[in-house]
Design a protein around this ligand. Structure first.
Ligand SMILES: C[S@@+](CC[C@H](N)C(=O)[O-])C[C@H]1O[C@@H](n2cnc3c(N)ncnc32)[C@H](O)[C@@H]1O
Length: 287
């Protein structure tokens, strides 16, 4: 492994031990309340005795009308346990697991299969694999990931196919094991139906060929900021990937992405203007 790669890996594994703040959970989950009635909710990357996710869902069990709440604890080196809650105000049932609580273990997968909605802040370093599992088992989810996760191939593909969208709030701080608060750039990803997904992004600028540059090597105009997307341009447009948080499939078609690497995302490679690379663009077209 190159020095850079191993440094990145160490950084990302360290970032796995970030704990979500109660206020971030409350502020986001309040938009999804209608999804929870009679549902089994599974927190599959958690430490239920510490996690604010467990706190929130156990306290709001009755209010949300949950059928059951499950959480598995993860311990990389030894067998661990799970908690199940069937009724508000009762003690949860604690059961030993055969394995270490890894979300990929067969006993975790059996729990996944019996669950309706999976909620957590999974380890960022294995986010791709985590999401692939949710898709493979056709699960509804509300999870936190790095805002850069939109550039992962499987995540971008899911956006393109309208199988994932970004929730309401950014997550800007996490609690770390030392008790400190760390600033992060994270967002909520979901496939639960929410009003936000159907909100139209307001467009007001008129297209002016003198104002919008074209890429040297791709037939699209460069739109530096999302607010400058012209209301009347029919062709392809390169906009910042952060625009995905406003993306509405009925309003725009997601064509491809020009990410950091040389990899092509749906025929869109690196984009240049006057020989200078333009980073982190998604290519869209108005519907
Ligand atoms: C970013 S932390 C979030 C913890 C908690 N969900 C929260 O939001 O406060 C990710 C958690 O996933 C656990 N974890 C790491 N690898 C895991 C795996 N392979 N399977 C299940 N959980 C894992 C870690 O122990 C850690 O507690």
């Amino acid at each position: 492994m190159s020095k850079n790669k191993s440094l990145n890996k160490a950084k990302s594994t360290k970032n796995d031990e970030f704990y979500t703040l109660a206020s971030d959970i409350e502020n986001e989950v309040k938009h999804y309340k209608h999804h929870f009635k009679d549902k089994v909710v599974f927190l599959n990357c958690d430490d239920p005795e510490k996690s604010q996710f467990w706190q929130y869902f156990s306290k709001n069990f009755k209010h949300l009308g949950l059928k059951k709440l499950i959480a598995t604890h993860y311990n990389p080196s030894e067998p661990t346990y799970m908690l199940e809650l069937y009724h508000y105000n009762e003690d949860p049932i604690k059961t030993k697991l055969k394995g270490n609580g890894d979300f990929r273990n067969s006993e975790s997968i059996s729990l996944l299969e019996e669950s309706d909605i999976i909620i957590t802040n999974p380890p960022f370093s294995i986010f791709r694999e985590y999401l692939d599992q949710l898709f493979a088992y056709k699960k509804k989810f509300l999870i936190i990931g790095s805002k850069d996760a939109v550039t992962y191939k499987n995540v971008f593909k899911a956006f393109k196919e309208n199988n994932i969208w970004i929730g309401y709030n950014s997550v800007t701080s996490f609690l770390v094991p030392s008790g400190d608060i760390k600033n992060v750039g994270a967002i909520w990803f979901t496939n639960l139906d929410i009003d936000k997904k159907n909100e139209k992004y307001p467009l007001y600028k008129k297209y002016d060929p003198n104002e919008y540059e074209k890429y040297d090597n791709f037939d699209a105009i460069h739109v530096e900021k999302a607010k400058d997307i012209p209301i009347d341009y029919e062709g392809l447009m390169g906009v910042p990937y952060s625009f995905l948080k406003y993306f509405n499939h009925k309003q725009f078609e997601l064509v491809g992405m020009s990410a950091y690497s040389d990899e092509e995302y749906y025929g869109v490679g690196q984009l240049y203007i006057k020989g200078k690379k333009k980073f982190s663009r998604i290519v869209i077209r108005r519907r």
